[in-house]
Ligand binder design. Structure first.
Ligand code: HEM
Ligand code: HEM
Length: 212
């Protein structure tokens, strides 16, 4: 696995709109769903679908986007990540044209957790779209429980279905909590790196900063 080349070794002064929109869309939705909202509500499922869409867009952008947004600009490389943390501790930071190797590992961990939390969400809801969830809730509110009964009377394997849903629920909750821990580490990491590099890393993720 190659370390990104460093001849244009400066992170972007402004990330492109797709990276910024997917970043803040995912960040706000995850924080809301994991910390504030009632799991399984219509709003929760809608935000979850939004996260799925943003994640897919970001994956496509990782192949087709500008150079610093491509996966090839920040390959997952645990050895380089440890080396980078060592350099950080000794105060000798190196600049990278995209995410630094430690940041890159965090980014891939985020994406893996997001994929897992959305897939388990889909398993729990049987793949129902937010529209179908809304219809189901409206039916139940008006006293028609058939939508829920239909869901659980598959001839072959009701027990299997239930056990799969139960496992998905457990994984969903654990990964949602893991996402919050990663987010806390991520924010600490961004501020530590910004200090070490004497460069505001948050500004390029918002509206940009003037080139020095
Ligand atoms: C954006 C990422 C997501 C996060 C951070 C997240 C987080 C959570 C958390 C923390 C809970 C537990 C809430 C509680 O029991 O108090 C939960 C429950 C739930 N989530 Fe999500 N979720 C996400 C995406 C999704 C998606 C995409 C779906 C469906 C397509 C979904 C469907 C559900 C359902 C049905 C429950 C209720 C489980 C139960 O019956 O206890 N979630 N979610
Ligand atoms: C749950 C909340 C969050 C999640 C899931 C998250 C996730 C991510 C991801 C996946 C990336 C890579 C962006 C890409 O290449 O598409 C990233 C980068 C970044 N995030 Fe977050 N983020 C969160 C919260 C925050 C917050 C609150 C801040 C502000 C302090 C922040 C600041 C940044 C910055 C500055 C970068 C670019 C770092 C660099 O220059 O390498 N993030 N984040």
């Amino acid at each position: 696995m190659a370390t990104p080349r460093t001849h244009s070794a400066a992170p972007p002064s402004l990330w492109d709109p797709v990276v910024r929109i997917t970043h803040w869309g995912i960040a706000v939705s995850v924080l809301f769903n994991a910390a504030l909202d009632e799991g399984g509500s219509l709003f929760h499922v809608s935000l979850g679908w939004l996260v799925m869409a943003l994640l897919l867009l970001r994956v496509v952008w990782g192949v087709l986007g500008p150079r610093e947004a491509r996966f090839s600009a920040f390959p997952p490389n645990p050895v380089a990540a440890l080396r980078h943390l060592g350099q950080l501790a000794s105060g000798k930071v190196r600049h990278y044209p995209s995410h630094n190797p430690a940041g890159a590992m965090m980014v891939y961990a985020f994406w893996a957790c997001l994929a897992l939390v959305t897939v388990t969400g889909l398993v729990m809801t049987g793949g129902a779209t937010p529209m179908q969830v809304a219809e189901e809730k409206a039916a139940v509110a008006s006293g028609d429980w058939s939508a829920l009964i239909k869901k659980s009377d598959g001839e072959s394997s009701e027990a299997e279905d239930n056990s799969l849903r139960h496992t998905a629920e457990e994984v969903h909750e654990v990964v949602a909590n893991l996402l919050l821990i990663l987010a806390a580490l991520h924010v600490i990491g961004v501020f530590v790196e910004s200090r070490a590099m004497r460069r505001n890393l948050v500004a390029p993720m918002v509206l940009g900063q003037r080139r020095k």
